[in-house]
Design a protein around this ligand. Structure first.
Ligand SMILES: NC(=O)c1ccc[n+]([C@@H]2O[C@H](COP(=O)([O-])OP(=O)(O)OC[C@H]3O[C@@H](n4cnc5c(N)ncnc54)[C@H](OP(=O)(O)O)[C@@H]3O)[C@@H](O)[C@H]2O)c1
Length: 444
């Protein structure tokens, strides 16, 4: 076992949550919101261990500083309600930072091994980090559709221009003679948004399976999808979307299909190996995959200059005021669905899923910015995989949505089966390549 120099917080009654890409946007919003909701809803005896990942230590330090400042502010506010509580509350939150680059399979293995060696368990892993892969806007279309089709055009935009053909840096080290090892390309957006988290989830399954104080509770792999996971964006013949003009949307479609088919009998053989063949026993619970999305929030996922940033935020607020439920706008509000899934009682989630099927849980708000979590329609799955499920008349539907039919549901399920098989095969293939190159990290 490698030696680690840091001192890791390991409170006995700890609630351990890992958040990837925590230094900006939604990731930071998730960290702040988790602190607030944890302190307000969990018993005084319980302590939160918030493990954040960033791509380098400087970003990690800055993030911890911001989270510390948020914690102090939250404690000052709670102190006004319950005097004398501030210090007690502050001691209930611990921070830890780690480095993770999701486009480097080795970086994922290194982090997973370290967590397995130093963390007693994980209650939730929030797979948040990601990239857009966009290079520009189609300006004419952007102006026209925003002026004529808002708020729909600001929720399901058709004017983002993607980079095409992006692949990650080589995963394998150069050979002794300096030449590059033979390796297949790995789509960059696919790897940052989907495959990297997929690998991480596999390695962390044993930590998520460890029993906690609530023996019913299952470790949760919480995925961050988007409203833009369209059927038309994903071509399963190019699963990594290397040739695609919509690799971001395709990666979110993969996320939706993977998560929503993860409990079906037809995907079980692949999901079993993925989850390390963990079944429910006296000592372990099989982890669960949950699907969320943050609605639309103003973050740096699409880098804009200060003037355009101002226009973006203004347009998002206008969209909300003219009736879009899908514009939480701020990252803190957008984090409501991920944090809710992380903290909700297992019995509540199980009951809702038994009644209405597996859902995609979205962050939304009313006109006044009051946030809530709502089931979101998915092409080929509807709201929970049940035919005939009705939506409220206020529900804002994607322009690409089609009513759920037996046929399109069967296709969705079939795609799930194919996807799980292919992505499991890809995981095993890359593990072997790393092993053959002598760089793989052994997990046990
Ligand atoms: N904003 C929205 O409206 C919206 C809507 C739907 C879904 N989402 C999803 O929400 C998630 C967060 O997005 P955001 O809007 O908060 O964007 P953001 O502000 O750009 O944050 C993305 C985070 O991911 C990290 N990241 C990027 N590539 C990475 C890699 N290869 N390895 C590790 N970390 C990496 C970034 O780190 P660096 O700072 O080092 O780049 C950053 O911390 C994404 O999955 C996105 O698809 C966002």
């Amino acid at each position: 076992m490698p030696t680690y120099l840091e001192d890791f917080p390991r409170p006995e009654d700890g609630f351990y949550v890992l958040v990837t890409g925590a230094n900006s946007g939604l990731g930071l919003g998730i960290g702040c919101r988790l602190i607030d909701e944890f302190l307000q809803t969990r018993p005084q005896s319980q302590e939160l261990v918030l493990i954040i990942t960033t791509r380098d230590k400087r970003k990690g330090d800055a993030t911890i500083e911001q989270l510390q400042a948020h914690l102090q502010k939250a404690c000052r506010q709670l102190e006004r309600k319950v005097p004398g509580m501030s210090m007690v509350l502050q001691r209930r939150v611990h921070f830890r930072q780690e480095i993770l680059d999701l486009t480097s399979l080795l970086s994922i293995q290194v982090l997973a091994k370290k967590l397995r060696d130093t963390t007693p368990k994980l209650h939730a892993v929030i797979c948040n980090a990601g990239i857009g892969g966009w290079v520009d806007l189609y300006w004419g279309r952007a102006v026209w559709t925003v002026l004529t089709k808002a708020p729909s055009s600001l929720t399901w935009p058709t004017f983002k221009k993607s980079g095409v053909g992006w692949v990650t840096k080589p995963q394998l080290p150069a050979k002794k003679d300096g030449s590059r090892a033979d390796e297949p390309p790995l789509g960059e957006v696919f790897c940052a948004n989907f495959f990297g988290h997929y690998m991480l989830g596999h390695y962390l399954a044993p930590l998520l399976a460890a029993h906690s104080e609530d023996e019913q509770a299952r470790g949760r792999l919480i995925w961050t999808s988007s409203l833009e996971g369209y059927t038309h964006s994903l071509n399963m013949k190019d699963m990594q979307s290397i040739a695609s003009t919509e690799p971001y949307e395709a990666s979110k479609r993969l996320t939706d299909i993977m998560a929503l088919t993860s409990t079906l009998p037809s995907t079980a053989p692949s999901v079993d190996t993925y989850l390390d063949n963990i079944t429910d026993t006296e000592k372990k619970n099989r982890p669960r995959i949950y699907l969320t999305h943050p609605g639309i929030c103003g973050t740096s996922i699409f880098p804009l200059n200060i003037v355009l940033d101002f226009f973006m935020f203004s347009a998002f607020y206008v969209a909300r005021w003219i009736g879009s439920q899908w514009h939480p706008v701020t990252a803190y509000k957008g984090a409501v669905s991920m944090v809710w899934i992380a903290l909700a009682k297992q019995s509540l989630l199980d009951t809702m899923e038994e009644r209405d099927g597996l859902g995609k849980w979205g962050s939304c708000t009313d006109r006044w910015g009051e946030e809530r979590v709502e089931r979101t329609e998915v092409e080929g799955w509807g709201f929970g995989g049940n035919l005939g499920q009705k939506m409220s008349k206020w529900y804002q539907r994607s322009p690409y949505a089609k009513d759920l039919t037996k046929e399109n549901k069967a296709e969705f399920v079939k795609n799930g089966e194919v996807l799980w098989k292919e992505v499991e095969a890809l995981r095993i293939d890359w593990e072997k390549r790393l092993e053959d190159a002598g760089v793989a990290i052994k997990m046990d």
